[in-house]
Design a protein around this ligand. Structure first.
Ligand code: ATP
Ligand code: MG
Length: 337
């Protein structure tokens, strides 16, 4: 296939920024929604502590990483130090305990890849998934949130990219496309590599935060308020960044050799990670290294069919941003088979 390489973007690219920013604004959840989430977490915490006084609940995922759109379900992690009981027993007990509260549709999904308890809270109207001891997700949630505080353009870019991915149906891991978490990492990495850089590499700076979770050391510089002028020299508009993001994934990323790595703030080689061939179900057709579980490729869900769909969608998006008269509409046109 012929790879087109666009060297320069359209002359009026920056004029598209206001329309993309208004899309971003329309997706950001209202303050009261955040308050409702806290309220639900608080009442769940009280219920759980009746049975387990030392257990804690943490929000993770998009309700806590600052990349959540309004009306999303909330993800909760139940952290408990109960080594005697196995995870599934704890899950069933947890469902029992929650049944006693004023909650609806409490179900334990013990056979899911990640076993969870699902429930709906009639007071706030929120649905929630609770997993057990998935503390790495709590830590990577904090990392994403910390990155989002450094430059507002990350949040804008990631919201727009997630909105595009949902509209185009390429945010469905069970269909072989990428998770929201993977898209946010792609945005962070992209902004780390701008020249001048918009984001630093927090894991390459002196660690001010360090925890060991499931034998994985997680350490990075988390005093992000000290980095508020890190990106001052880069003045690129959100429309220009969006254009460059899709150009990168459509025409510049080297799918054969490269791995994107937020951990190092650079591109590393598939060779170095031994990700050059299929092992089991991991095909490594698009490689996105998890910042903490570094043997974990977030692109591993992608197969030989979905990689084609994904790349065609990146190309479509790049071409729309380059040539279309009304990119802020066309980009999000629902995928219709
Ligand atoms: P959405 O707005 O689509 O709900 P989300 O940020 O909640 O987005 P998900 O992809 O649903 O993203 O993942 C929820 C959280 O679970 C992520 O924020 C991340 O902390 C963790 N997570 C998801 N997938 C992985 C993975 N493959 N490896 C490690 N952690 C993951
Ligand atoms: Mg989620």
């Amino acid at each position: 296939r012929i790879r087109r390489r666009t060297l320069e973007c359209r002359w009026d690219i920056d004029a598209l920024t206001p329309s993309f920013l208004s899309i971003f604004e329309s997706l950001v959840p209202a303050e009261e929604e955040i308050a409702k989430q806290k309220q639900l977490l608080f009442s769940l915490q009280n219920l759980v502590n009746k049975e387990w006084p030392n257990a804690r609940l943490y929000l993770y995922g998009s309700c806590a990483n600052s990349f959540g759109v309004s009306n999303s379900d909330i993800d909760v992690c139940f952290a408990i130090d109960d080594t005697d009981r196995n995870k599934l027993d704890i899950l069933l007990k947890l469902a029992d305990v929650l049944q006693s509260g004023n909650l609806q549709n409490v179900q334990a999904l013990t056979r899911a890849r990640v076993p969870i308890v699902k429930l709906m809270d009639p007071v706030t109207g929120l649905s929630c998934d609770i997993c057990i001891n998935n503390l790495l997700a709590v830590v990577n949630t904090k990392l994403l949130k910390d990155y989002s505080q450094i430059d507002g353009r990350l949040r804008q870019l990631a919201f727009i990219v997630k909105h595009w991915a949902r509209s185009r149906r390429v945010n469905e891991t069970y269909q072989g496309t990428l998770s929201s978490y993977a898209y946010v990492l792609m945005c962070i990495h992209f902004l780390q590599l701008r020249k001048p850089a918009i984001l630093p590499c927090l894991q390459a700076l002196e660690a001010t935060y360090a925890v060991t979770v499931d034998n994985v050391e997680c350490a990075y510089f988390d005093q992000v308020e000290k980095l508020h002028d890190f990106s001052a020299r880069n003045k690129e508009s959100i429309a220009r960044l969006l254009w460059a993001f899709f150009q990168y994934w459509a025409y510049h990323h080297d799918y054969t050799n490269d791995v994107i790595s937020v951990r190092t703030g650079s591109i590393i080689s598939k060779q170095a990670k031994d990700w050059t061939r299929r092992i089991g179900n991991d095909r490594h057709l698009i490689c996105i290294e998890d910042p903490f579980e570094i043997s974990h490729d977030l692109g591993r869900v992608v197969d030989k069919y979905s990689i084609k769909i994904l790349r065609e969608e990146f190309e479509r998006a790049a071409d729309i941003l380059q040539y279309d008269r009304n990119p802020s509409v066309t980009l999000f046109e629902p995928y219709a088979p």
